[in-house]
Ligand binder design. Sequence first.
Ligand code: ZN
Length: 84
Amino acid sequence: MKPEFIKSKKGNQLIFMAGYKYYTKKIRKTGDAVRKRWQCSTNSARGCKASITTIDDVIVSLNICHNHEPIPKKTGIKIKKKYL
Ligand SMILES: [Zn+2]
């Protein structure tokens, strides 16, 4: 499973992975490392608790127990990071 970093129409960064989108819920800086907590983007609408944790955009923790079907891959503009 490879995550893709995309941008929403509003310009927010999202992760798209395996048919699910995640938005940044929390950003915490520890020294030079940026730790982000990503929440499933349909979380608020359907109560999905799936989430991802990244440090410097590398996934370190995954909880991908979604309570809904994946979305078709059409929304958002793809911006691939060079080091991914
Ligand atoms: Zn979900």
